[in-house]
Design a protein around this ligand. Structure first.
Ligand code: 26Y
Length: 801
């Protein structure tokens, strides 16, 4: 598109929709007009893409996820369509700043954290690699809550992201389908002697899909992310004269559950899970039937991926649709189901492993429960004489009146993967070891990856420009080419350019910090960043213990030679997770104390930025010098902010956990700061039960002073929270071994303080991180899924043949 064409299109849209001239339009009108233009350009490609899939009869994957976290789409859509620069300069000609328009867009925050963001990085990469793949999820009316701080406490506000409408989606009423909940089911014997399920008194709801185009990076491909919204079917309207009952139905897709790895076990959540699973499976089978192929070919045309256990009801639902609605027998339907489905596990934390009480499942989806019972019965039967009785009992679906959703997902699919090497190994050797004995061939690893386009090209233009200049722009299509940067490790001019690019982003972040919090920070200080959900195992509290150590060090010795450092936090706590909320409160109070103490001479500052989300991540990550990845070894399945920060030249301080280990292998020991217990040492403590935080405390004056600060009034306004935290560390024996890892952590931090002073040395480390980040591209990850698990091929490859 030329500049003139863009201008003409914008003019027309502004007139048609708003009765405005280009010169009179404000950012909101301009954003929606530009969004409309983008959609018009991409719709043509979208139509071509799906028609192509249909005529080529290519196998497609459907990625089922209860969370998607795309963030804002304007700039990434412009980039992927190849018109970002043209649009930017066209707007500049009429004195409009593209950034201002981009800010009008609300973050699409239909996810909590890692798992949801991964789903969106995969959507970008699947389209960009030309792979036939679609998302299937829920269109929540309210996304993840907005976070504010009041008196240092987290306050949650609703996220009204749809208030001004969503320019990217298309409501497809013609593709709606019915989903049945509640009621009861019994088996009726037919004349031919066969048993048939009869369902009665069900509540029928309408699932209406809203499709969003997932635009591939400059390759003409546009895939579909389909999100389902609940409505009352027209035929049922009369039943719902009672407003309360209406609301109950409409609430089904009203809000995203704000729990990240903390089970909620609520009825509505279960109904949500079934709702998007059933609607998705129905629409896939409807599509398959259009192809006029025999049922046994289903797995040659369709792959369905279960993102964590939230969509695990795919197993019984696909069975139900194949048997009850299409007359297949159990054995045939089961064979197809296992071939079509695959599953990713994202956590080993016990409290995040989904289990549903039998009574709830029976009530919400009685027919599904029947099928689950039968899967369980057949599983137990088929294992008799092959495996010992206790193993069979441990691996079955039904135990203690609960349904183990991970067991359902593993037994009902052909592939189970973890999300980093260590995580996949732990699944095999410990967490899911019994299943590994039963199905060794089903287990595999797929280390997570990130969409480099969003996290470098869009988020960090100064760095991208330097990269283009040094190694040409080939890395934009082929992230592995970032490796070429290694040739510049001893080139002082190149190092200086990288340093200057970082400074630009640090200055921008410093202004943002000043605007939003009133705190003044120097861009010359080390920007030390910990951004992720607030969770005890991620150990934000250990970061704070170290900050307090520095605080006392400066207090004791005002002349101490410390490199000025700004500690930056971004984290939301699940509203029901009170311990996590207490940690937020104490960080905020400690921050206040430190930031207002002139005697510290700005040697340390602490900034907790509210409302961490994708857009805020895009501001923080390019400005980071140090990346905090300090979870207790064995607890973080992978992590993905570690990859984003590395890509932007931050140097990592880390435990040997999740993908940190692979990052260490990629950059080499000199370019990362490793500390702390290993996963083996952690498990040894579990086995020997010989950890005593009290003992460490009793023998350690420094830790005494730091921990006492929580209860002796040193940190103000935390009477309750301070005590709670103090107790968690001593009375309750420090579940995540903070005291055990503290000194090694402080040692690594001291090394950082020392190394940062040597600007060239530090910049070399930073360069090595950027150069080796290409191995963590989501493009590579989805290609591995495509080859090993889904057996799908890029559309180009197919058409070339
Ligand atoms: C059952 C329910 C309460 C629940 C809700 C959300 C359970 C889990 C989750 C979310 C889990 C999650 O986000 N896990 C993260 O997945 C990332 C992508 O694989 C990993 O990088 C990260 O280590 C892991 O914590």
């Amino acid at each position: 598109m030329t500049k003139e064409e863009i201008k003409k299109e914008l003019r027309q849209r502004l007139r048609d929709t708003y009765a405005l001239e280009l010169e009179d339009a404000g950012p909101v009108e301009l954003f929606y007009s530009l969004g409309g233009l983008v959609k018009a350009v991409s719709n043509e490609k979208w139509q071509k893409t799906w028609k192509n899939y249909l005529t080529e009869g290519q196998k497609q994957v459907y990625y089922f996820s209860i969370e998607f976290l795309p963030g804002k789409l304007l700039k990434s859509n412009l980039l992927n369509l190849g018109i970002l620069d043209e649009v930017r300069t066209t707007l500049a000609d009429i004195n409009v700043d593209l950034e201002e328009l981009a800010n009008v867009e609300k973050d699409m925050a239909l996810g909590n954290g890692g798992l949801g963001r991964l789903a969106s990085c995969f959507m970008d990469s699947i389209a960009s690699c030309g792979l036939p793949g679609n998302g299937n999820g829920i269109r929540y009316d309210y996304g993840l809550f907005k976070q504010q701080f009041m008196d240092g406490y987290q306050v949650e506000l609703p996220d009204e992201w749809l208030k001004r409408g969503n320019v990217w989606e298309i409501r497809r009423e013609s593709k709606a389908c019915d989903v049945h909940l509640f009621g009861n089911v019994y088996m009726k014997r037919l004349a031919n002697g066969k048993l048939e399920p009869v369902e009665e008194n069900q509540t029928t709801v309408r699932a209406v899909p809203y499709d969003t185009g997932m635009i591939g990076y400059q390759n003409g491909i546009v895939n579909t992310m389909r999100l389902w919204s609940v409505e009352i079917p027209v035929s049922e309207e009369a039943k719902y004269h009672n407003l309360g009952e209406r609301r109950t139905i409409e609430d089904l897709t009203a809000v995203l559950y704000p729990d990240d790895s903390q089970e909620s076990g609520r009825l509505v959540r279960l109904a949500q899970e079934y709702f998007f699973v059933s609607a998705g499976i129905q629409s896939i089978i409807r599509y398959y039937k259009k192809l006029n192929l025999p049922w046994h070919s289903l797995s040659e045309k369709i792959a369905i991926h279960i993102n964590d256990t939230h969509p695990a009801m795919c197993v019984p639902e696909l069975m139900r649709v194949l048997m009850d609605e299409n007359g297949l027998n159990w054995e045939f339907a089961w064979d197809i189901t296992v071939k079509v489905l695959s599953y990713t596990n994202h956590t080993i934390m016990a409290e995040a492993l989904e289990k549903w009480p039998v009574y709830l499942m029976k009530r919400v989806v009685p027919r599904i429960y029947q099928i689950i019972e039968e899967i369980d019965r057949r599983y137990v039967m088929s294992m008799q004489g092959i495996h010992p009785q206790d193993l069979i009992q441990r691996t079955r679906l039904l135990q203690n009146d609960q349904i183990y959703m991970a067991h359902l997902a593993i037994i009902g699919s052909h592939s189970t993967n973890g999300v980093a090497k260590i995580h996949s190994d732990l699944l095999k050797t410990i967490v899911l070891h019994d299943f590994y004995v039963v199905y060794p061939e089903r287990f595999n690893n797929k280390t997570n990856g990130i969409a480099e386009r969003r996290w470098m090209q869009l988020a960090n233009e100064p760095l991208s420009d330097v990269m283009d200049e040094l190694i040409t722009d080939s890395w934009r299509k082929a992230p592995q080419n970032l490796k070429l940067l290694m040739n510049y490790q001893n080139d002082e001019i190149a190092l200086k350019k990288l340093r200057e690019a970082k400074l630009v982003k640090k200055e921008e972040l410093a202004s943002y910090i000043l605007e939003t919090t009133g705190i003044q920070v120097s861009p010359n200080a080390i920007f030390d960043v910990q951004i992720k959900r607030l969770h005890a195992y991620k150990r934000q509290l250990m970061n704070l213990l170290h900050i307090l150590k520095l605080y006392f060090d400066i207090k004791d010795n005002p002349e101490i030679d410390l490199t000025p450092r700004v500690f930056i936090f971004g984290a939301k706590a699940a509203p029901s997770y009170s311990y996590a909320k207490s940690i937020i409160k104490v960080i905020n109070e400690a921050a206040d104390m430190i930031n207002n103490d002139a005697s510290l001479q700005d040697k340390i500052k602490v900034v907790f930025l509210p409302n961490y989300n994708v857009s805020l991540a895009e501001k923080i990550i390019p400005a980071a010098d140090v990346s905090e990845q300090i979870s207790l070894a064995s607890k973080e399945a992978s992590g993905t902010s570690n990859m984003k920060l590395m890509l932007n030249g931050a140097v990592t301080i880390a435990t040997l956990d999740g993908a940190n280990i692979e990052i260490k292998d990629a950059v080499g020991d000199d370019n990362i700061y490793i500390f702390g217990l290993t996963e083996k040492e952690v498990y040894n403590y579990y086995e020997n039960q010989d950890y005593s935080s009290q003992k460490i405390y009793d023998e350690d004056e420094e830790l005494q002073r730091i921990l006492d600060a929580f209860i002796d009034g040193t940190i103000p306004n935390i009477e309750f929270e301070g005590q709670e935290i103090y107790d968690s560390l001593l009375k309750f024996n420090d579940e995540y071994f903070l005291l055990r890892d503290f000194h090694d952590y402080a040692r690594a931090q001291e090394q950082i303080d020392h190394d940062y002073k040597d600007a060239v040395l530090w910049q070399k480390k930073s360069l090595a991180n950027i150069a080796n980040a290409g191995g963590f591209s989501a493009d590579e990850t989805v290609k591995a899924y495509a080859e090993d698990i889904w057996q799908i091929e890029p559309i180009f490859a197919h058409t070339e043949k």
